[in-house]
Design a protein around this ligand. Sequence first.
Ligand code: UT7
Length: 332
Amino acid sequence: MQYSKIVGIGHHVPERVVTNDELSTMMDTNNEWIIERTGIEERRWIDPAKDTVANMAAKASRMAFERAGVTAEDIDFIVFATITSDYYFPGSGVLLQRELGLESIPAMDIKNACSGFIYALSTADQFIRTGMYKNVLVIGAEIQSTALDLTTRGRGTAVIFGDGAGAAVLQPSDELGILSTHLHSDGRFAEELYVKDPGSSRPHEERQPEQILDTSGFKVYMNGNLVFKHAVVRFMEVINEALTANNMSKEDIDLLIPHQANLRISNYIQQKMQLGDDKVYNNIMRYGNTTAGSIPIAMSEAFDEGKIKPGDTVCMAAFGSGFTWASALLKW
Ligand code: UT7
C-alpha cells in the first residue's frame, strides 16, 4: 500500500516580538490576565513593509526543503492553507509558487482556518496515494496582526492571535506515513468566529470604500466562551476518532500536537487523556494562536528539539472557525 510521508518540515516567524506588556499600552489588558487565561507570553507580528504570507511561507518552505533533501524544482503541487491570503484573490498559493521561482505546477488554497493545515495535509495525502503527485508542499501560514482590533473593544481576540508560517514536504512511501486524516465542519456556527468583510454578499453600494463607515466587519470577531466550549469537546472527539480508526489507544501516541488555540485547551486535553508533559507539544507561549500556521510551526520546533523521532506516532488535532475540526495520525 502506498502511503504519504512528511519528509521535511520547516517554519518561519516574523522578527518583531510583541509582549503582553506592549499590548497593555494599546488596550485595557495586562500580562497576568493574558497568561492566566491563554498561556501566551508573547507573539510575533509582521513588518508590513517587508513580510507577506507568501514570503513567510517561502522561508518556511526552504527550511523544509533542506530537511527533506529536495529543491524547489522537485515540488509538483502546492497546497496552501490560510485565511489571510495576501490578496482578496488570487490565493497565496500562486504567490508562493512565484516566490519559489516555479512555473505551471498547480497551487491550491484552503480556507479552513485553524483546521486548515490538517485539511491541506489530508488533500496532499489523497493526491499522493493515488499517484498523481510525488513531492507536495503543504503550507499553513497566516498574518493575523493586521486584522486585529487593537482597542479595548477587541481585547478578547487581539491578545490571542499572531503571525507565522509552517511548511511540510510530503512524498510517497512504502513504509507507514500518514495513517489517517479526519475532517469535519458545522457551518451553523460560522458567525461565532469570523471576519465578515470584504464579504461578497454585501450590497454593491455598501461595498464602495467611501460608504464603509463601520469598519468593524474587517476585524476578527470571536464568541470566545462558545468557541472554547465546542473546542474542548471536538478536540477529544476527533483525536479519539483517529485512534479508533487505527486500532490504537492513547498510550500509542508519542507526541500530540494540538492546534495552539489556548494553553488551557491543550492542558484540558492532556489531562483528559492523562498524557505526560513530554507527550504534548505546546509553543503558544511564544507565538500565540497563528491559526493555520500553528501546527506546522509547532511540529517544526518539536522536530528541532528532538521530540519527534523516526517511527514515532504523532497525532495532530485542530478546531476553529467554521466551525471546522480535524485530526491526523502519522508514523514519522
Ligand atoms: O483557534 C481558534 C479557536 N479559538 C479558540 O479556541 C479560543 C477559545 N476561547 C478562548 O480561548 C477564551 O474564551 C478567551 C481567551 C478568548 C477568553 O477567555 P475567557 O476565560 O473565556 O474570558 P471571558 O471572555 O469570559 O472574559 C472574562 C473577563 C471579562 O470581564 P468581565 O465581564 O468578567 O468583567 C472580559 O471582559 O475578562 C475580560 N477580558 C479581558 N481582560 C483583560 C476579556 N479579554 C481580556 C483581556 N484582558 N485581553
